[in-house]
Design a protein around this ligand. Structure first.
Ligand SMILES: [Zn+2]
Length: 350
């Protein structure tokens, strides 16, 4: 029996020493020292022994159990330390590695251009005014000398807002999405005292959509009301703007044109900043790029807002922000500006 105890001791020592994890070690403990373990089975047979043998063997059995429990405790601590170390190793942070840079947002090119345009005009004493996107037809049309039978009032051109009132066919609701930011100028002329120098940036809406037109686009319009204002003042102001915006070599020209709210009216062109007026794809070979419309404020507009004319007179101009962004950044297709493609927008990092 003593020999059996020694044999079990050797087997248990080997099992404990070779255990590579706390779980395997615990299994070994259960196998040898547990209630149903080999050692317990052996001790149950002690009853068959003579009292002398029982004394000798019992003493050795206690020694062996103490040896094994001691070994178990030592091995358990070692394995627990190893497991903790390998967990810490896995979580170790190498502070010398380069960090992960957070994504930085950028201003949308349309907003960037709007801001820059307003900043340039602010250097000439213009201040910014904004107004509602849902307007009444008086501010959007009547006050701007656009009579009820004018083509731009057609359903094809304007988004009317349903106000729930039953009307005869052909009669429209007086509420609409503004087709230009000019109603802001009317609101200023009605509520502020001249002289006035204002720019009105913002979104506008027209009921057409094709390759070169979007139903929603953006404008910056300007209005100057003072005494003895002339076309020369208008051209000087817009020339200053174009040189600040595109570069000092750019020139502007005015071509006679018609807008109901100005007289005389003109189209504003700038010499092409891409080809220096030699002709290229951006200016369609003409050397000139169309920026917008302008002119001297029509006497009938002064009448609508009850401002004394010709004691006060002035000029107005309007430019499309989308168009300005296309020319400024050489964007190949105007639709890119509103597609929200991050590969495109990400190029506008300062
Ligand atoms: Zn060109």
């Amino acid at each position: 029996m003593l020999a059996k105890i020694e044999e079990l001791l050797e087997q248990a020592k080997l099992a404990i020493d070779s255990a590579t994890s706390v779980e395997v070690l615990y299994e070994a403990k259960v196998k040898f020292l547990g209630k149903q373990g080999s050692f317990s089975h052996l001790l149950k047979e002690m009853g068959k022994l003579t009292p002398d043998d029982r004394k000798t063997i019992g003493k050795r059995a206690n020694e062996v159990r103490d040896i094994l429990e001691g070994k178990y405790a030592v091995r358990e601590n070692l394995l627990k330390d190893q497991e903790l170390n390998s967990q810490l190793e896995a979580q170790k942070i190498d502070v010398t590695l380069p960090g992960v840079a957070p994504e930085r947002g950028v201003l949308h090119p349309l907003w960037r251009v709007t801001k820059e345009m307003c900043e340039i005009f602010s250097r000439l004493g213009f201040s910014v005014r904004t107004g509602p996107h849902i307007e009444k037809d008086f501010y959007n049309f009547d006050a701007l000398n656009i009579p009820p039978d004018h083509a731009s009032r057609d359903l094809q051109d304007t988004f009317y807002i349903n106000d729930g009132v039953d009307r005869k066919p052909g009669d429209f609701s007086p509420w609409l999405l503004r087709t230009h930011t000019s109603p802001v100028q009317i609101r200023s002329m009605l509520t502020e005292k001249p002289p006035l120098r204002i720019v009105s940036p913002g979104g506008v809406y027209r009921s057409d959509s094709d390759m070169s037109h979007a139903p929603h686009f953006h404008q910056v319009e300007g209005l100057l009301i003072d005494q003895d204002v002339s076309m020369a003042d208008l051209k000087g102001t817009l020339g200053f703007f174009a040189r600040e915006f595109f570069g000092s070599e750019v020139e502007v020209r005015l071509r006679p044109s018609y807008f109901p709210f100005v007289e005389p009216g003109a189209e504003l062109d700038a010499s092409c900043p891409f080809c220096k007026s030699k002709g290229c794809g951006m200016c369609k070979g003409s050397g000139w790029i169309e920026l917008g419309g302008c002119g001297m404020v029509h006497p009938l507009v002064f009448k609508q807002v009850e401002m004394e004319y010709p004691k006060w007179n002035g000029f107005a101009f309007g430019m499309g922000v989308d168009r300005m962004a296309v020319v400024k950044y050489g964007v190949s297709h105007i639709g890119l500006l509103t597609e929200n493609d991050l590969r495109f927008l990400g190029q506008f990092r300062p």
